[in-house]
Design a protein around this ligand. Sequence first.
Ligand code: ADP
Ligand code: GN1
Ligand code: MG
Length: 364
Amino acid sequence: MHDLQKISEAFLIPADFSSAAPYGSGHINDTYAVNFNQAGTEVRYIFQRINHRVFPNPGKLMENIERVCAHTRSKLAGPDASRRALSLVPTRSLKNWHVDGEDHWRCYLFIEKARTYDAIENVGQASEAARAFGRFQGLLADIPGGRLFETIPDFHHTRKRFEALVRAYEADTRGRASAVADEMAFVLKREAETSLIVDAIADGRIPERITHNDTKLNNVMIDDATGEGVCVIDLDTVMPGTALSDFGDMIRTATNPEREDSTHLSKIHMRIEYFEAIARGYLEGTAEFLTDAERELLPLSGKLMTLECGMRFLTDFLQGDTYFKIHREGHNLDRCRSQFRLVESIESQMDDMRERIDDMVAVS
Ligand code: ADP
Ligand code: GN1
Ligand code: MG
């Protein structure tokens, strides 16, 4: 645990530190909820230490986030703008982040009366999350100041993720390759498909957009009272990308009744009514800009993002769990297996997904 009292002193918070505790279930950054006493009232803020192994240029990353927060906030101007867009709290030297040795820290206003979900609880959450992520893409379409910095190059280059996995398997630095023969066979059977979306980007069939790139369900705050997807969070990977990654990751995380690391493989599946709710919410949120070519690839994107995520977990398992935080032995392998089970479920429903998208487009 870091010394949050000392870190918080760097920020312009007109209140006295009272306590801090790790918060949330993100796999990458260190997140804390920090409580302060402000003239007798408890107030809290989110503090985050950026994972600089995952994000090797935290300064450039924070410049992106400054721009994204400022732009979304200005477009959502209104009495509740600070619940609808993340707000950075400045430091005493009026910067939007604080450097402490190797560590970069940032502080956000805490979005109260809303929460994130690690596993989806009802179909309304699925459409709300999709609408929020779709709207978010729309808000960023005209962000001024030039192309955003690529915080992780080739982040959703599924083909390169496949190649990285094969390299990790062949190198087998941790002696774990023999445990994953079935998983490797699963991936190798699908090798050709790993190029389908990246090729469509490369040959210009689908456009580059500013996208979120990490649209898992627990990266959107759902309002406690209204159930609305009130604020998109976790902005580290907001950068040039494809709408398909954002749609696909919602299918991965918001159609499956089980958590991402579930070992109850027989319970893992894509629920088509959740797919439909996400597609409806997303098509609404993106009605003004999504192209036909993008719409056509939506069902495939769910499968490929799930396969890609499973491959990333497997690569990390083979390399000794250095990227994603783990909380038990074999955690990344469990995550990989659950993702691959979900890929099979998505595969078995491809025609149904396509028909539903076609029907939605036809009546809109
Ligand atoms: P990571 O990159 O590690 O996933 P996140 O930015 O997603 O980190 O934060 C982790 C969790 O902390 C989120 O899932 C959410 O529950 C909570 N959280 C993050 N920012 C806020 C905020 N501004 N207000 C309230 N909760 C937040
Ligand atoms: C990570 O940061 P978090 O936990 O929201 C990862 C995503 C993965 C996800 C899998 C920067 O997301 O790409 O899809 O875990 N983020 C990064 O749960 O690698
Ligand atoms: Mg997150």
